[in-house]
Design a protein around this ligand. Structure first.
Ligand code: F6R
Length: 251
């Protein structure tokens, strides 16, 4: 596990984007896993700048979104179909046919989840998974207690997650109660992982993920067992790490 700490979220995003561009240059048919939410937005902007500057070409790459709400119209501005199109596919000049989002409106959700997992396998698995982290340690929508061998499936969102995401909706009553998410085993199977966390609200979740023993009560702590994971943190998100870690310089 590498920890890279920067003064600002934008600095962290710039560094993460450069690292991703190096991987993409080595592998034009890169398979990305993409988180939504606020954390990766500076990263997507930084990747967009590299695309505009001709330093990153993702036209032959594919992407699989981490998750999608169940029952939310894909045209809704807060659906992950909309967000991935807005933040990833369009600004990164990706081929829309190669960008997938879980089918949260499928009539047979179970079958759609299995099919999503099969599509990932068909692409050869995820090369580079971009993650955020929930205040309760969730990754994707794998809430505390999610099974370590879980694959893409429908989950109930906790009150804490619905409350955190209510900032994107008129009220908490509008936040869906379920989501379809890649599982912990899906995420852990990615060949490399970039986790981005910004702001003081994530400091405790980041500390528990890095410094406490890996435990399913804090799903992000499982990342300690992944061979190639880097946390890109701004100073606030890193502020509860032990002094030794906080003194580490970015790789
Ligand atoms: C979103 C996702 C979630 C978010 C997490 C943090 O696709 O999988 O795990 O990464 O809820 O959300 P933000 O970044 O909005 O604080």
């Amino acid at each position: 596990m590498k920890i890279a700490i920067y003064d600002s979220a934008d600095d962290a995003a710039t560094a993460a984007a450069k690292a991703i561009a190096v991987t993409a240059a080595q592998r034009p048919d890169l398979v990305l896993g993409v988180a939504t939410g606020s954390s990766p937005q500076p990263l997507y902007r930084a990747l967009g700048h590299l695309v505009q500057a001709g330093q990153l070409d993702l036209r032959s790459a594919s992407a699989f979104a981490l998750d999608e709400y169940v029952g939310l119209d894909y045209q809704h501005p807060e659906s992950y179909h909309s967000i991935v199109q807005r933040d990833v596919t369009a600004p990164l000049n990706m081929d829309a046919a190669r960008v997938r989002v879980p089918e949260g409106l499928a009539l047979d959700l179970c079958r759609a989840a299995t099919a999503y997992e099969a599509e990932i396998a068909l692409q050869g698995g995820i090369d580079l998974q971009i993650l955020g982290i929930g205040g309760n340690g969730h990754i994707g929508f794998n809430e505390p207690g999610s099974p370590v061998d879980s694959r893409t499936r429908v989950v109930d969102l906790t009150g804490e997650t619905r409350s955190a995401n209510s900032r994107f909706f008129p009220s908490i009553d509008h936040v869906p109660t379920q989501a379809m998410t890649q599982g912990l085993a899906t995420i852990m199977a990615a060949r490399s992982i970039v986790l981005v966390a910004n702001g003081i609200d994530k400091a405790d979740a980041v500390r528990r993920a890095i410094e406490e023993p890996a435990d399913l009560s804090h799903p992000a702590s499982l990342l300690q067992r992944h061979p190639r994971v880097t946390f890109y943190l701004d100073a606030a998100a890193a502020s509860e790490l032990s002094t030794t870690l906080a003194a580490m310089t970015a790789p």
